[in-house]
Design a protein around this ligand. Structure first.
Ligand code: SF4
Length: 465
């Protein structure tokens, strides 16, 4: 992939009228992949995945391991998770993860170089230390872990013991992502997630004391009961924790897919689009005032953080975990529901833990669905990821990478952008680029949808603001 020749900038403040933004909010994919996961189908299974794996050899990869357990269910949760207090489930699950790693490396037939490892969930801290240790040791056998590999974990501060953090540091973890969402007590009751700032601070301080060099905090706007004032107080509290990065997601209320989400409606209505915009405005103002740089659509980082530097130098990437420092384009996922990306195909493991377990026990790759990219998908993915990461795409880099004339190949899309009532992106023929306007940066998913051949008006997904 050629290096881009521009400096990407997403505006750090919501400097456009709220009603205009609200008018453009539309459901759609978050473009953590292209084609979006809605295009995965069960015609792509274990045999097709094995073919992709065999082509990896000793290339560099990222690995994601999904731990699908939490001790209780947050009512806003949109993750693939099972609520249980039975810790023995974690041990049995790791037994099967180890078996899946064997299946994976047998299909690869080599020992790839691992440059990034992430444990997510669910709550990876659900695992007892002995089980986390077994998992990391097996990963180090299966893959050649590069010096300086980025090794991170998601932690739930409500359920993480200090000794666990010490053990994780001993296993080589240096990055931690901490879920907060909101510190307001009414909001926490509404979403069934009671978590004090003191608990959160204890986990962050312990991790830093044990050598973790990157702390991310996750926040959510658009939750029931949130007001601009309450969100402002949460931001003040969070900024006081001095995270290196923040990921701030709009709440995706989709009770038709996640029935438990109806429970959040008990305490207060879910804010509408206009209210969401004002909540996001507070978030962005507070973070900009505190010196954080916006990275892509929904991440923020200290200016000297590697993620901010990657954004400034055009090395930002995007995968199922959001925006990342692009180290490799190959991502392998293990565990129930985990998604892999070979560069030419995506595939997802069975979401249901029992179905995933049965497949692994039977000695087959536990693949439920996927999609192989054709040439047009790969070209459009390049364009869409450039827009998501940089807010612009230069014709020349597309033409150099794919040998097409951008203006000819995308004539209908360029005409559609030019015909928009409120311009979301300008077509700069002189410089040869599609460049998002200030409004379009905030609605970058709408701009991407113009280049998405699978996009349908009124499609599914979370609102674009
Ligand atoms: S801790 Fe995270 S994964 Fe677990 S239930 Fe809550 S939101 Fe879902």
């Amino acid at each position: 992939m050629p290096a881009p020749r521009f400096l990407p900038v997403f505006p750090g403040r919501l400097d456009v009228p709220g009603d205009v933004l609200a008018a453009h909010a539309q459901p759609g994919p978050r473009y953590t992949s292209y084609p979006p996961a809605t295009q995965f189908h069960d015609g792509f299974g274990a045999v097709a995945a094995a073919r992709e794996l065999a082509a990896i050899g000793t290339a560099e990869i990222s690995l994601y391991a999904h731990i699908p357990f939490c001790t209780q269910l947050c009512w806003y949760c949109g993750c693939n998770v099972e609520a249980t207090r039975d810790r023995s489930r974690g041990a049995a699950y790791v037994d099967l993860l180890l078996r899946e790693l064997e299946l994976l490396t047998a299909a690869i037939g080599a020992r790839p170089r691992l440059v990034e490892l992430a444990l997510g969930g669910g709550s990876p801290n659900f695992l007892e230390t002995r089980d986390a240790t077994r998992l990391i040791e097996a990963i180090r056998v299966a893959f050649a872990v590069a010096d300086g590999a980025a090794i991170g974990i998601e932690l739930d501060p409500r359920d993480t013991r200090p000794e666990q953090i010490d053990a994780l540091a001993g296993l080589g973890f240096t990055r931690v992502s901490v879920g907060v969402q909101d510190f307001d007590e009414d909001v926490q009751r509404a979403i069934h997630r009671i978590q004090s700032a003191t608990q959160t601070r204890a986990v962050i301080e312990r991790a830093r004391a044990r050598g973790f060099d990157s702390v991310n905090v996750d926040l959510v706007y658009g939750l029931p009961g949130q007001t601009p004032a309450s969100v402002g107080r949460t931001l003040d509290e969070v900024i006081g924790l001095a995270p290196d990065r923040l990921a701030v997601f709009g709440y995706a209320h989709m009770p038709h897919l996640r029935p438990h989400q109806r429970l959040v409606e008990r305490a207060a209505p879910v804010p509408g689009i206009a209210a969401r915009v004002e909540l996001l405005r507070v978030v962005m103002d507070r973070l900009a005032d505190a010196g954080y740089v916006r990275v892509g659509l929904d991440h923020f980082a200290r200016p000297d953080d590697p993620l901010a530097r990657a954004s400034a130098s055009g090395q930002l990437g995007r995968n199922f975990q959001g925006y990342v420092v692009q180290r490799t384009e190959r991502l392998l996922g293990v565990g129930a529901s985990a998604i892999s990306d070979s560069g030419h195909a995506y595939w997802q493991n069975h979401v249901d833990v029992e179905t995933w377990s049965d497949a692994v026990r039977a000695g087959t790759l536990p693949v439920a669905r996927g999609v192989a990219l054709d040439g047009d998908d790969e070209l459009r993915r390049f364009v869409i990821m450039r827009l998501m990461c940089a807010g612009r795409v230069d014709f020349a880099e597309v033409e150099a990478a794919y040998g097409v004339s951008f203006a000819s190949r995308f004539a209908p899309e360029l005409a559609a952008l030019a015909g928009q009532h409120d311009a979301l992106a300008a077509v700069d023929n002189e410089r040869g680029a599609v460049i998002a306007t200030p409004l379009g940066h905030h609605l970058i998913r709408n701009v991407c949808a113009v280049f998405d051949r699978y996009a349908r008006p009124g499609g599914s997904g979370s609102p674009s603001i």
